[in-house]
Design a protein around this ligand. Structure first.
Ligand code: ADP
Length: 442
């Protein structure tokens, strides 16, 4: 209703009352009586209208009281606006039921959790995989529906970039993979896959590599012992035999480092997904590592710059092996000084290892972290490389939610950066000195 319409209607009512009061005045010649009558008529009129409005407020679904007053027009406008809002409010509900209908018909298991982490809905496939019924579990915290420490932590941390594997049932082999995505007002849609077979195969492969490497260790130690004995018994004049034994000794040493790298890799893989939360002072760790490297590579310049004093939540032995692999590579593949830096960035603390060696052709960079991938096989073998160093670095990075960046240009050296997420970094003041010493000493 337009403001002029409102005033015209109310003015008409006022004029009619004034006309009636004027007539009364003329008839009675008593202006006071006419005035009282005018006030009374207007008060009754507006009071009656207000009473109808209050009655309508009690049940606003009904049409508003229609009257030819200005107030009646305003109420009709309010009613029209409300009706429009109700239609709009019904639309998302309709699209939500459309979404749940389509998810229900899917063969893949899906469920919806609200912003409080409670189960709101799931389809038949999810009921089957989790061995639950929606009727019984609806409204319960999802971490109670599918219990497990890892799920509780995963939901608390709300970092859904990587899928989560859980073993919800009494069968220790039964393994489900959950993929979370957010929608609406912080609700979550979760897709569930049965990955029992995949998990079993991955474990078998890991165990196989681990077991073979372990089994090879003993015969290798025996062979190594015999080589050493033969070398000590060999007359110095027999150069051919001395040379053969020398190269056997080098090859057994290579096999030994291969086996120990393979064992280490399978150990890291076997604890992947297990949260590593020791507080590690990287400044201490880097200082110790660089001192060790300087002692092992005398004559080489290793510069250490630490501008961050953040500690990292992680596993000391794994981080130590990853960082030492990066530094050893920089020393192995270049003759120039090596620089190690620990600094803060916007995304989190960063470890940088830089050399001015021959660099790497960019076409090799995407494959460098694959097992046994070598840019120059003969050079790598000559330097005693196993081809597993960067695979170990990559695995350690993944299990610490860190990212490994490799920048290199032929002839200009290489830079390897490990960037840790902010939620893995804590101020070193909260790190106890005790734990720092223990970790570094490992
Ligand atoms: P390896 O034990 O053979 O060194 P890595 O996995 O550590 O195996 O490295 C893979 C390959 O990446 C190496 O064979 C080498 O060719 C290349 N590489 C690694 N680090 C460097 C570096 N700092 N400079 C040049 N090349 C490198």
């Amino acid at each position: 209703m337009t403001p002029p319409g409102f005033f015209v209607l109310e003015l008409r009512r006022l004029l009619a009352a004034l006309f009636a009061a004027g007539t009364l005045w003329l008839a009675t010649q008593d202006w006071k009586l006419a005035l009282v009558a005018l006030v009374l008529v207007l008060a009754i009129c507006w009071g009656w209208q207000l009473a109808r409005v209050y009655r309508w407020f009690a049940d606003p679904e009904q049409m508003p009281p229609i009257s030819n007053s200005g107030l009646g027009g305003v109420l009709r406008d309010v009613y029209a606006l409300r009706s429009r809002d109700t239609v709009a409010a019904k639309t998302p509900a309709r699209s939500q039921s459309y979404l749940t209908d389509s998810l229900a018909s899917m063969r893949d298991a899906a469920l919806i959790i609200n912003s409080d982490g409670r189960l709101v809905w799931c389809n038949d496939a999810a009921e089957y995989l989790l061995d639950i019924t929606l009727e019984e579990e609806e409204g319960k915290p999802f971490s109670d529906v599918a219990p497990g420490k890892s799920l509780k932590r995963y939901m608390r941390e709300e970092n859904f970039q990587k899928p989560l594997r859980i073993k919800p049932g009494p069968d220790p082999e039964y393994c489900l993979q959950l993929e979370f995505s957010r929608f609406g007002a912080n609700d979550r849609l979760v897709f569930i896959k049965d990955v029992t077979e995949q998990d079993k195969l991955e474990r078998m492969r890991r165990d196989f590599v681990g077991n073979v490497s372990h089994e090879l260790r003993t015969p290798l130690t025996v062979i190594k012992g015999y080589i050493e004995t033969l070398q000590s018994l060999m007359p110095e004049s027999d150069e051919r035999l001395i040379k053969s034994l020398g190269s056997m000794d080098i090859q057994t040493a290579r096999m030994e480092s291969l086996i120990s790298d393979l064992l280490w890799l399978s150990r890291i893989e076997s604890v992947e997904g297990v949260r590593k939360d020791d507080q590690l002072d990287l400044v201490d760790l880097l200082t110790h590592l660089c001192d060790e490297m300087r002692a092992a590579w005398p004559g080489r310049k290793i510069e250490l710059v630490t501008s961050s004093n953040l500690c990292v939540l992680g596993n000391a032995a794994e981080l130590r092996s990853a960082i030492s692999n990066l530094i050893v590579n920089a020393l192995k593949y270049s003759e120039a000084p090596v620089s190690v830096k620990w600094s803060d960035t916007v995304v989190g603390p960063e470890l940088l290892v830089e050399d001015q060696g021959p660099g790497i052709d960019p076409k090799h960079i995407p494959r460098l972290t694959e097992r046994f991938y070598r840019v120059d096989k003969s050079r790598s073998q000559a330097t005693g490389g196993t081809g597993l160093g960067l695979a170990i670095v990559k695995h350690v990075a993944v299990s610490h939610d860190a990212k490994l960046f490799i920048d290199s240009e032929l002839g200009k050296g290489s830079t390897f950066r490990l960037v840790f997420p902010n939620d893995r970094a804590v101020s070193c003041e909260v790190c106890s000195t005790e734990s720092r010493r223990a970790d570094v000493g490992q």
